[in-house]
Design a protein around this ligand. Structure first.
Ligand code: AQP
Length: 327
């Protein structure tokens, strides 16, 4: 039986955080382990260049994604874990897609509109980001793309672009991918209650040193309730982050503590910190081992890049024939 295809990417643009983990990484590891998918997980380093112009930060972020994925249980035997820039077919396909996409269509993308609204200068890479992302996804004929809700529109764009291409060249070639979004983790809040985001400085980092982790957890914004006050867990940032780590019975126990009163924010933060430290047990050692072994990281990426390139070469062979570039 042919397996369904999973494709998922993370931008190499900063410290990985629990929004990335619960929104996408956890699902990628679990779905890959299920054996039902052929998995392509990539580090979006071309995408990162839209914001990052610093050699060391890019290579550091790339290594951190590899080490984090391995620490979280991704098995390189069951996945192609690779760097987008190691498979130049992505940019080749994006160049072709650029000819079936219009400027007004790209002007409706959230990322572009957000930048415009803030009067930020938008580079062409950022403007064209949805097209490259469509190429990333469609290259592998993805069935599903595990993402947080912030990326939903980009997967919709990939679906549209598959249709634009198929119609333009009169083929039924690219499959229409679907986003895979789990409701409870669609938007993980950061320490200020807004969406946890690398660029907002509101993250709880996955594998940074305990001091940094503690600083982030203790920095979670709270209101002026006293320890004795009863607190509504659903409106509480500490609870909304902590619940993501818990099973049903642990979750209702935690809810009770908030609802009954007598649970101070200090205690709530200490408990969350303890949960995260427990979650990191075992994983952090794997992470540190890899981060200190750049040769191993390069070897993992090389192997993954070769697997991805095999499929990408097949796709581009077909596309070049369909479009008349090859004959
Ligand atoms: N807060 C979040 N809740 C749920 N899912 C999230 N993701 C990111 N933040 C959250 C998901 O993580 C995957 C990788 O994201 P990305 O790093 O490629 O880009 P992003 O979504 O733009 O992440 P950031 O941290 O918000 O980066 P910046 O600040 O650079 O824009 C995606 O599947 C994403 O949905």
């Amino acid at each position: 039986m042919t397996k369904k295809v999973l494709v998922s990417g993370i931008q190499a643009s900063g410290r990985l955080h629990f929004g990335n983990y619960f929104g996408a990484m956890k699902q990628n590891v679990a779905l890959t382990e299920s054996g039902e998918y052929e998995s392509f997980v990539f580090i979006a380093d071309y995408h990162a260049l839209t914001t990052l112009k610093d050699r060391d930060s890019l290579s550091k972020a790339t290594s951190e994604i590899v080490a984090s994925y391995m620490a979280c249980g991704l098995d390189t035997k069951k996945v192609a874990l690779f760097k987008q820039s190691d498979v130049p077919q992505h940019t080749e396909l994006a160049t072709i897609f650029n000819n079936v996409v219009t400027v007004p269509y790209l002007m409706r993308a959230h990322a572009f509109k957000d930048h415009e609204a803030k009067n930020k200068e938008v580079n062409v890479g950022l403007f064209d980001y949805p097209v490259l992302m469509a190429a990333d996804i469609l290259m592998y004929q993805a069935d599903i793309v595990p993402v947080g809700s912030d990326q939903k529109q980009h997967v919709e764009y990939a679906r549209d672009i598959a249709g634009f291409y198929n119609r333009a060249w009169g083929v039924d070639y690219f499959k229409l991918p679907k986003e895979y979004i789990l409701k409870d983790v669609a938007t993980v809040p950061g320490i200020d209650g807004q969406k946890m985001s690398k660029s907002k400085g509101n993250v709880i980092p996955l594998f940074e040193d305990e001091e940094e982790l503690k600083k982030a957890v203790m920095g979670i914004v709270t209101d002026s309730s006293t320890p004795d006050d009863k607190k509504n867990p659903d409106e509480n940032i500490i609870y909304n982050i902590h619940k993501l780590f818990l099973d049903d019975s642990q979750n209702s126990e935690l809810r009770n503590k908030f609802e009954n009163g007598g649970y101070s924010y200090k205690e709530a933060k200490d408990d969350l910190l303890k949960t995260i430290i427990d979650w990191r047990k075992g994983k952090k050692d794997i992470y540190d081992g890899l981060i200190n072994n750049p040769e191993k990281i390069k070897e993992i990426l090389k192997e993954g890049g070769e697997k991805a390139k095999k499929k990408a070469t097949e796709t581009m062979h077909d596309v070049r024939l369909q479009t008349g570039l090859d004959f």
